[in-house]
Ligand binder design. Structure first.
Ligand code: GLC
Length: 746
């Protein structure tokens, strides 16, 4: 007797079926409601959340969850929900669980903007691999990262989560993140599915105000905002998250031209797209959908597969299928992609998490050591008149400022389950490093925020005003301030630790003024007025306006929010045990009024006339900038024409260490297409970099192939093209520096 194909297929052991067979077999058996359930995502933070969702899971009405619960209960909550899906539901399709592991799960690494400062894809890959191992151990197989947005406006708080203002650097680090999270098998016990977010253009939010609309020209969209996402797709990312913003008036969550036209038709992305927190129904507030049903239809048919948190899919799609407003085939296509990702994460074979796995995975010594390495390589030395590295003769050191010894603030935004008690602050790091050689006096000096009630950072990184703070009295604040100045006067060297609260960067944390807050500027002026050697360390999630302090201080270090090991890392660099190697991934403005200021700007028709009446157009510190404890001299760029047909030209320049210490130069390749038929290309575009470790007096040659990747652009139809004509070519220490050579491409 011939068994129907489907019955035969179902009869086969699952492992004997191909993924496509398994998906089709399930799809054939699913009701419309069960299919829509796979496209619906809940959130579980507490046991109450889990209990409230059990019935919907049993009915097959939910297919995935954000698991933001603390790791102590995460695996139990996850297994409770998974049992309801795998044992009690009709088709036993396992749930997949996601979470925001942005820069570490329990071992907190520097924020992504800091990691970008290391200009080191292998470092990013290693940190994300640790993050994936800890996240998977906590029962989560889907990581909502890397943030792949390009950020040119530091008023936008989420710049902290990005890899900065350049598409080439960003693309390289996004791809490295995907490799770190997913490895060769996202279903492995120490890996997880990656998410390219937020697709697309979120960083161009008007006014730097989060959740705002964007106005992006098609050419800029193609050549600035899309390349990091394309690199992530090529690296094999399993998922994409659509963005909150609108592009050209259409909310990204319902933007068919992007979600289907670019992502699937052009790039052949096979994975799933998930919306960002209730953005499906926010299409109503955008004035793009009239109601939940229309919002669901527009998002689903545009290519957004899963609805995160809001309920329009599960509340309205079944009826829309019944009345023919939505074709079941569209739902089937989305469900195929969701089931495909679930298969790749391995949850069909291993649906449950081991409750003792987190303790085995968290805070491994090698993970903490990597956090220290990452913090040391991501800080950027912006000024140094010789006060660094600290002289061994400095016996009395005053460490002054609100961020000298504040463990919570070092975690940065989106710190998942990082804990202050695991942080080593700058005070603790210096105390340990200087124990035998100097006395360290630590004084807070002033509050981070304007005088008055103190703030309190909550575990999610938000900041609340602590009305009953015991130190809100002016008297206590004055005493702090005077005490700090006294300590500074008695010291041989002053180290100031200032910046911004971690809760003032990240989501919904836009700033209209990028100055140091509260009495920090006053404190720095008072410290500078002592005439003692001064080192200023800035902890922030974005570029702040440091113009005044840059003139007053002897040394200036951008330390970002450096994670668990910022203290030992900074102590090692300040004392000269390690060299500073970081380079800026984003420009630092001289004033908030300059923003947005970025290096890969248009050349304009009057490049000589672009300054303000009251300020230059140039940033205080440019993209790619960073000092070391030595000096490097870059030779002129030479271009070796191709030897024969099919050969590619090579650009070369010598780099010499002219200082007394070994150091790492970062030779950066910039190009400019002098005339492009698709419109003016930027004044400079980063197209490669090489780290060269040089001993004092040593010279090496930086060499770059001028191939299509180095010279090309993306046209408005998404085609990668290279045009003949003249190109300017720089090999330089940072943007806006060095002398260009000209290469004429035939
Ligand atoms: C947030 C963020 C997004 C995050 C999601 C789930 O609103 O925009 O980056 O992944 O919600 O927490």
């Amino acid at each position: 007797m011939r068994l129907p194909f489907l019955t035969l297929l179902i009869a086969l052991p699952m492992s004997a079926q191909t993924p496509t067979d398994r998906i089709e077999a399930l799809l054939q058996r699913m009701t419309p409601e069960e299919k829509i359930g796979q496209l619906s995502q809940g959130v579980v933070h507490t046991p109450e959340h889990a209990e409230a969702a059990i019935a919907e899971v049993r009915a097959g009405r939910l297919g995935s969850f954000i698991l933001s619960a603390p790791p102590e209960i995460a695996t139990a909550l996850r297994n409770r929900l998974q049992h309801a899906a795998v044992e009690d539901s009709r088709l036993r399709v396992p749930l997949v669980f996601g979470a925001d592991t942005i820069h570490g799960y329990r071992t907190t690494f520097p924020i992504p903007l800091a990691l970008a400062s290391a200009w080191d894809p292998s470092l990013v890959e290693r940190t994300q691999a640790v993050a994936a191992r800890e996240t998977r151990a906590a029962g989560i197989e889907w990581i909502f990262a890397p943030m792949s947005d390009l950020a040119r406006d530091p008023r936008w708080g989420r710049v902290a989560e990005t890899f900065g203002e350049d598409p080439y650097l960003g693309a390289s680090l996004v791809a490295a993140s995907v490799r770190g999270f997913q490895g060769d098998d996202p279903g492995a016990a120490d890996r997880a599915a990656a998410t390219l977010k937020h697709f697309v253009g979120y960083g161009a939010t008007t006014g730097g105000r989060d959740y705002n609309t964007t106005d992006i020209t098609p050419f800029t969209l193609r050549n600035a905002h899309l390349p990091p996402f394309e690199a992530g797709v090529k690296a094999g990312a399993l998922t994409v998250m659509s963005a909150f913003n609108a592009i050209d008036g259409i909310p990204a969550v319902a933007n068919r031209q992007l979600l289907t036209g670019v992502l699937r038709d052009e790039w052949k992305f096979p994975g799933l797209v998930v919306s960002d927190w209730e953005s499906v129904t926010e299409a109503i507030k955008w004035g793009y959908a009239a109601n939940d049903a229309e919002a669901a239809r527009l998002a689903l048919t545009a290519g957004n597969d899963i609805e995160m948190v809001s309920r329009s899919y599960r509340d309205t799609l079944a009826q829309q299928v019944a009345d023919g407003t939505v074709q079941l085939g569209v739902i089937d296509q989305a469900v195929r992609r969701v089931l495909g990702v679930k298969l790749r994460t391995g949850i069909f074979e291993k649906p449950y998490a081991d409750s003792d796995a987190p303790q085995r995975a968290f805070l491994q010594p090698e993970s903490v050591a990597l956090a220290r390495e990452a913090a040391a390589r991501s800080l950027v030395l912006l000024k140094n008149d010789g006060v660094l590295p600290l002289a061994t003769s400095a016996r009395r050191i005053a460490l002054v400022g609100p961020l000298a010894d504040d463990a919570t603030e070092m975690l940065g935004t989106w710190s998942a389950h990082g804990r202050p008690e695991d942080v080593v602050t700058l005070a603790a790091g210096l105390r340990a490093r200087l124990a035998q050689s100097a006395t360290l006096t630590v004084a807070r000096g002033c509050e981070l925020l304007p005088a008055g009630p103190r703030t309190r950072a909550l575990p999610d990184g938000s900041v609340v005003i602590d009305e009953d703070a015991t130190r809100s009295s002016v008297t206590a604040v004055e005493a702090d301030f005077e005490q700090a100045i006294v300590a500074a006067r008695e010291a041989d060297v002053i180290i100031a630790a200032v910046g911004e609260p971690r809760g003032w960067s990240g989501e919904n944390a836009s700033r209209a003024d990028l100055s140091l807050t509260g009495r920090q500027p006053e404190l720095l002026r008072a410290l500078a007025a002592t005439g003692k050697p001064l080192v200023v360390v800035v902890f922030s999630g974005r570029p702040l306006v440091l113009t005044e302090i840059a003139n007053q201080t002897g040394a200036l270090v951008q330390a970002w929010h450096p994670g668990l090991q910022g203290g030992p890392a900074l102590a090692a660099v300040l004392c000269g045990d390690l060299p500073p190697v970081g380079r800026l991934p984003i420009s630092f403005p001289r004033a908030t009024g300059q923003v947005p200021v970025f290096y890969n700007h248009a050349t304009t028709g009057r490049p000589e006339m672009v300054d303000y009446r009251d300020l230059t157009r140039d940033p205080l510190f440019p993209f790619g900038f960073g000092l070391t404890y030595t000096r490097f001299e870059f030779g002129d760029v030479e271009i070796a024409e191709p030897a024969g047909a099919g050969q590619t030209p090579v650009a070369r320049a010598t780099v010499t260490n002219t200082g007394e210490r070994a150091g790492e130069a970062v030779a950066q390749l910039y190009i400019r297409d002098v005339a492009c038929s698709e419109g003016g290309r930027p004044a400079q575009e980063l197209r490669g970099w090489q780290r060269l470790t040089l001993a004092p007096g040593e010279t090496r040659t930086a060499e770059f192939v001028l191939d299509d990747n180095a010279l090309g652009f993306v046209d408005r139809q998404g085609r990668h093209r290279v045009e003949s004509g003249d190109f300017k070519v720089w090999i330089a220490p940072h943007a806006g520096s060095g002398k260009a050579a000209t290469y004429r491409k035939k």
